[in-house]
Write a protein that binds this ligand. Structure first.
Ligand SMILES: [Zn+2]
Length: 153
């Protein structure tokens, strides 16, 4: 049996997600644990006490429960009930993009289809900047945590 240990970077992932869009589904997704052997981070959706899920499944459930905003065109499910929300890999899986929370966003179906297998840089430079700034912020937070945890020499 694999031991499930507490995933200490949960706050980092959440901070990054808040930065992306202030989108409710992201705030509703909480990292709960990491399976050390498989390296899989599991997430819990707020208000749902059932089994923790992979990032994709947790985001999907969160958008079903709470709606969401397209990362690319900013259309809001709360304002346009007819829009269909999907989960997009920012770096496409076809070029090695992973399924971690840092590589996933909520996107409306038309934007996800238009993006296809393109790199985000070519598809939407403004969204690329937003994503890179969020990654830079996450890296800075990890540096700060590391420095805070390291005793001065
Ligand atoms: Zn869209």
């Amino acid at each position: 049996m694999n031991a499930i240990t507490k995933f200490s970077l949960a706050d980092v992932d959440l901070a990054m997600c808040r930065h992306w869009s202030g989108d409710l589904p992201y705030r509703a997704v909480v990292a709960v644990s990491i399976q050390p052997l498989q390296g899989t981070i599991l997430y819990q959706v707020a208000g749902d006490a059932s089994t923790p899920r992979s990032a994709i499944k947790a985001l999907k459930l969160a958008t079903e429960k709470y709606g969401g905003i397209c990362f690319y065109c900013k259309k809001d499910k709360a304002e346009e009930v007819s829009i269909e929300l999907t989960i997009d890999h920012i770096e496409p899986q076809s070029v090695g993009g992973d399924s971690n929370l840092t590589n996933l966003v909520v996107a409306c179906k038309p934007c996800n289809a238009k993006k296809g297998h393109q790199l985000i840089d070519a598809f939407n430079p403004a969204a690329t900047e937003e994503w890179l700034l969020a990654l830079a912020k996450q890296i800075q937070q990890r540096f700060d945590k590391l420095k805070a945890a390291t005793p001065p020499s």
